[in-house]
Design a protein around this ligand. Structure first.
Ligand SMILES: NC(=O)CC[C@H](N)C(=O)O
Length: 268
């Protein structure tokens, strides 16, 4: 089979598209970066791709809330193209600002089961300001909590950096947590030390860097083919990007590459 094709979709203010496309290429995919206006002009463009990735950054300057404007473009102007994509055997990844876009558009948490969301529907969850009220950038330790998300296959714990101001996940109703848990949708949780069990009790800063409900750092759709996460796997492609790579004697690829390998090998 030809290399899987990845559409890295950017908007004005996106700033992680280059390294994200690079990560997919290192994993063996063919990645194109497209401006949202190219897709608005020709929504059929999306049909050429197996993976849609919305990378990190500050789309539209985070005006009126991080990811809000970009998410409205997907929902109001590209509803049909996204619907077709979600229905196919394809993958969607949203990193940081991309996660904000997936959640605020309604692609997450339901995926194809709830897309397109009804105009008047209340979102199940959103990402809002960190509890500390600040843009926060640090390395976090994460536990994979979903057994069926494609991007997280064969990963148990992983370290990745976060860098955001609006990364605190809040839910409309706490009963959703049980539903998500049952459907394997809680994909990633911030955790403490390696052997510490993860719980839904909110950990203190810096383990949980933003105060997210149930320490949630990433969500999956029920099919396991959509992932949104606040940490940046594309900032850990090489061992030397880890702050303690010498002390830990890390070599070769960074652990973040695993997510990109998993995505590409899904199509093998
Ligand atoms: N690194 C990013 O994608 C930035 C995320 C986002 N716009 C925030 O600060 O909340």
């Amino acid at each position: 089979m030809a290399d899987p094709r990845v559409c890295v979709l950017r908007a004005p203010g996106t700033n992680c598209d280059l390294e994200t496309a690079h990560a997919f290429e290192l994993a063996g995919g063919t990645a194109d970066r497209h401006h949202i206006n190219q897709l608005l002009a020709n929504p059929h463009l999306l049909e050429e791709y197996q993976v849609l990735c919305i990378p990190g950054g500050f789309s539209y300057g985070d005006d009126i809330g991080a990811g809000v404007i970009f998410s409205r473009q997907l929902r109001n102007q590209l509803g049909d193209a996204i619907h077709k994509f979600l229905e196919g055997d394809k993958l969607v990844l949203g990193i940081c600002n991309g996660f904000q876009v997936l959640l605020k558009s309604g692609i997450l948490p339901g995926g194809s089961t709830t897309w397109p969301p009804a105009e008047e529907s209340e979102p199940d969850a959103t990402l809002t300001w960190n509890l500390n009220g600040r843009y926060t950038a640090l390395w976090t330790r994460l536990k994979v909590a979903s057994s069926n998300n494609v991007f997280l296959r064969d990963i148990d714990t992983i370290e990745m950096p976060i860098a955001h101001a609006e990364g605190r996940l809040v839910v409309r109703d706490e009963s959703l947590l049980q539903q998500w848990s049952d459907q394997q949708q809680i994909a990633l949780q911030y955790t403490g030390e390696a052997d510490q069990p993860v719980s839904h009790d909110v950990l203190a800063y810096p383990q949980n860097p933003n105060g997210s409900t149930a320490n949630i750092a990433g969500l999956s759709d029920p099919s396991g083919r959509v992932l949104g996460l606040m940490p940046h796997p594309e900032r850990f492609l090489f061992a030397t990007q880890h702050p303690q790579w010498t002390r830990l004697r890390l070599e070769g690829e960074g652990a973040g590459m695993k997510l990109f390998h998993n995505a590409i090998s899904y199509f093998a």
